[in-house]
Design a protein around this ligand. Structure first.
Ligand code: MG
Length: 314
């Protein structure tokens, strides 16, 4: 989208942003937005869906599951995409809690190509991805979505690595852009250890950073036990992905993602600990398979998580 298109896009959408029945004004919120926005409410369930191809079908799936919130993965931005997504959100009475961004370019979620391809770490893709995240932030503003969320990549564990500072500078640039729009910038956890995430957040040094805490990823990448990880970064959690998995048992492949309850994430302890650190935001389910088995698993997972949340808040 060129500059003129962008301006027109933003102008035509100002009125539209208010039309979302469930949208909140994307006002400036502190790093603990997830907790502070929903202090009195228990954690509501959600589902992450890819809305690029067919937002109506994607949000229809959220509706079928019967959860009130969703995270929308979208990499196509513009008036038409905004209008279709807006209409689908209104139609199904759903609240989009974050805009999830990937790419452009290849992103291989493994131990070998991953460090070369994911997020803002690889120099080769950094500039185009910074621009892409800024366009995502524009789109989120139009849609009234309060946060932009992405994998930053295998942030170097060694703080003396020159690419650590470069990556931090890149994260600061996109976080600052989101800040101007009153949005949160959320790191999707996965490729980094919790202490490296904490270091990056402190070094970026802006007040609109948070985590989308993917508890399954911490296991799949062998980076941490998610319950213990909350000791390190719990105060920054603004969203979560309820996902389960097994630890990697060879150094070449990520661990296996499995249905919730069949992996290593201790969900009763995790939700309890999230409550202790003040988290009141959505519990967004992620199941990284497709086809009928996905909905079958999702329905069981929803029932299980509902029971845990009800027990926690009874
Ligand atoms: Mg995830």
């Amino acid at each position: 989208m060129n500059n003129i298109d962008r301006r027109e896009f933003l102008e035509m959408s100002v009125a539209g942003a208010g039309a979302l029945a469930s949208s909140r004004v994307a006002g400036a919120t502190p790093a603990t937005a997830g907790a502070q926005n929903e202090t009195a409410r228990p954690m509501r369930l959600g589902l992450i869906v890819d809305v690029d191809e067919n937002p109506e079908a994607a949000l229809g799936k959220v509706h079928e599951l019967g959860v009130p919130t969703c995270q929308v993965l979208a990499n196509t931005y513009g008036p038409e995409a905004a209008e279709r997504l807006r209409q689908a959100l209104v139609h199904y009475h759903l609240e989009a809690t974050s805009l999830v961004v990937t790419g452009p370019g290849p992103e291989d979620y493994d131990f070998y190509k991953g460090p070369l391809t994911i997020g803002l770490v690889p120099r080769e893709y950094r500039a185009t991805r910074i621009e892409h995240i800024k366009r995502a932030s524009d789109f989120a503003q139009v849609m009234g979505i309060p946060a932009v969320q992405t994998h930053c990549g295998f942030i170097p564990e060694n703080p003396n690595d020159p690419n650590y500072k470069e990556t931090v500078d890149a994260i600061r640039e996109v976080t600052g852009y989101c800040r101007e729009h009153g949005q949160q910038f959320r790191y999707e956890t996965g490729q980094e250890t919790p202490v490296t995430l904490l270091r990056a957040i402190q070094d970026v040094a802006l007040d609109n950073q948070g985590l989308n805490f993917d508890c399954g990823n911490l296991i799949l990448y062998g980076k941490a036990n998610p319950v213990d990880a909350l000791d390190v970064v719990g105060r920054y959690v603004q969203g979560i992905h309820a996902k389960d998995g097994l630890y990697p048992t060879n150094p070449r492949d990520l661990g296996e993602e499995v249905p919730i309850g069949q992996g290593k994430v201790d969900f009763p302890k995790l939700l309890s600990r999230l409550r202790e650190v003040g988290y009141r935001g959505p519990v967004t389910i992620e199941r990284e398979i497709s086809g009928p088995k996905q909905m079958e698993d999702l329905k069981k997972e929803k029932t299980y998580l509902e029971q845990l949340i009800n027990r926690l808040w009874s």
